[in-house]
Unconditional design. Structure first.
Length: 275
């Protein structure tokens, strides 16, 4: 039982492979409805933003506006982490390989193929002329690279994000799925998973705490909340006063419930408001 994220280039067979893999393993393939349900349980404004984002899929300007709000960035990470905590889950795209990059029990695959191969597949599936299909593929590649770099501060070609980069140039769908299945089996074999669900759930909780602090105290990425190896929510970053620092800890303890909170926030008069 694992968690699988599949990042893919358009025309690489990544979407089809994700669906087929989920069906063969009897895993849940995350859908827009799953995202919406969790988003609605977190925050009404965030929920509306997520719906707009999903309905306008591929609109990079809308995505930049959405993720330009640090509160939403925190809540979005919490959604991905909570979905992953259910295990037996396949998440396609959505930056999941970045959000889950520090969890060794997660299979993080990138499905690629040469541009000419992908253009031919896109031309066939969408009924486009060869040159139009190639331009479509190249434009899509450029938009996604720029978006991931801006939103998640990572490069899609950062191969350290993945434990499998699968080139489907010489593979059909069955071959791609077979390799993905073997990778899942090997990651599960090497990385014991008894406590991963709880770890992911606590990581999601930390991001919800982070969102609360960013919404109520400082709408900036300088405030962070992360999970320590010991299972505590650790607050870090900067605030303007000792009173704000104390308030942040009180808020975090209220949101974290029985989970311990460690306050490492520093006080400085020079806190800015960067996005």
């Amino acid at each position: 039982m694992a968690v699988v994220t599949i990042s893919r280039q358009v025309g690489s067979l990544g979407d089809q492979a994700a669906r087929a893999l989920a069906a063969e393993l009897r895993y849940h393939l995350v859908a827009a409805a799953d995202i919406h349900e969790l988003a609605a349980s977190y925050d009404p404004d965030f929920s509306r933003g997520v719906k707009d984002l999903e309905q306008g899929r591929g609109m990079s300007i809308l995505e930049r506006l959405f993720f330009g709000q640090p509160v939403y960035e925190s809540l979005y990470a919490a959604v991905i982490l909570e979905l992953a905590s259910r295990r037996q889950t396949v998440i396609v795209g959505r930056g999941a390989q970045v959000v889950l990059r520090q969890v060794p029990q997660v299979v993080r695959a990138r499905v690629v193929a040469p541009t000419r191969v992908r253009a031919a597949r896109v031309a066939q599936s969408l009924g486009l002329a060869e040159q139009d299909a190639r331009e479509y593929v190249e434009r899509h590649d450029a938009e996604r690279r720029a978006l991931v770099r801006q939103i998640f501060d990572h490069d899609l070609k950062d191969w350290g994000l993945y434990n499998l980069v699968l080139n489907t140039e010489s593979l059909d769908l069955d071959g791609a799925v077979a390799i993905l299945k073997q990778t899942v089996a090997e990651v599960v074999r090497v990385n014991p998973m008894p406590d991963v669900a709880r770890q992911l759930a606590l990581m999601a909780l930390a991001k919800r705490v982070e969102a609360g602090l960013r919404k109520q105290l400082l709408p900036s990425k300088v405030l962070e909340a992360n999970l320590s190896p010991e299972g505590a929510v650790v607050l870090s970053g900067y605030l303007h006063s000792a009173a704000e620092r104390k308030k942040a800890e009180e808020m975090a303890r209220s949101l974290a419930g029985e989970v311990p909170v460690v306050n490492e926030i520093r006080v400085t008069a020079f806190v800015g408001w960067p996005a």
